[in-house]
Design a binder for this molecule. Structure first.
Ligand code: B16
Ligand code: MG
Length: 222
């Protein structure tokens, strides 16, 4: 029986995945590294420093920077990302998300956020939907980032439900893996092949397909 739905944020609730891409690409270009949307799939859901390390390795520059210099690069990216966030408005919530949140409330479901982003609470405020969520996990409070299950398990714990009673919704390969390892039902939104490869129980092309009655029937016939 489903008692809670745990949302990823970037790429599920709003299009911040594209803003992360723009900010990382500009940072990478400033140190003569380039990457495309396909490579960017690997950055979705993983932490800021893990993302930077992947980009540096991709550009063959994995050993060129000290720890201090890496912190400066990550800060440069985050400053640009935050400057892009100020334009976020309720209209930027992905289609179907508000309807799903309202349906969950009506059905007395608990609602959580399991985002790797330290900017998560600010984003929810810009979108004016903070009040929907019963819990938002602080990504700094878990030991291992996605694809480890820690952040989804912490969300279930904070919501006082067991993992088997949860649906997790993700747009990233790392995130789907995390939900599966947590023992939850995984809904993947996005590129079908990527989501299927990661093991999603249900794959949807976009968020407008996140209809509550259809999610519950998918769980019941799993
Ligand atoms: P920040 P999610 C993740 O959020 C993003 O997908 C990932 O690209 C980003 O590096 C990570 O948050 C950390 O974000 O730099 O804002 O702390 O998809 O887990 O909601
Ligand atoms: Mg995401």
């Amino acid at each position: 029986m489903v008692k809670a739905v745990i949302f990823d944020l970037d790429g599920v609730i709003t299009d911040t995945a594209e803003l992360h891409f723009q900010a990382w690409k500009n940072l990478a270009n400033s140190i003569s590294i380039d990457f495309d949307h396909e490579f960017n799939e690997q950055l979705k859901g993983i932490s800021r420093m893990d993302s930077l390390n992947k980009i540096l390795n991709h550009g063959g520059a994995g050993n060129n920077y000290t720890g201090q210099e890496k912190i400066a690069l990550a800060t440069q990216k985050n400053d640009e990302y935050k400057s892009l966030l100020v334009n976020l408005k309720p209209e930027n919530i992905y289609p179907g998300i508000k309807e799903l949140l309202n349906a969950l409330k009506e059905d007395s479901m608990k609602i959580g956020v399991a985002s790797a982003s330290k900017n998560g609470p600010a984003i929810l405020n810009y979108l004016e939907i903070t009040h929907y969520f019963d819990t938002i996990v602080d990504p700094d409070s878990v030991q291992n980032g996605k694809p480890a299950p820690d952040i989804f398990l912490k969300a279930a714990d904070q919501l006082r439900v067991s993992p088997e009673e949860c649906i997790g919704i993700e747009d990233s390969e790392a995130g789907i893996e995390a939900i599966k390892k947590a023992g939850m039902f995984a809904v993947g939104v996005g590129t079908g092949e990527v989501m299927k490869k990661a093991g999603a129980n249900l794959v949807l092309v976009n968020t407008s397909e996140l209809v509550w009655s259809e999610l519950t029937s998918a769980v019941s016939i799993r």
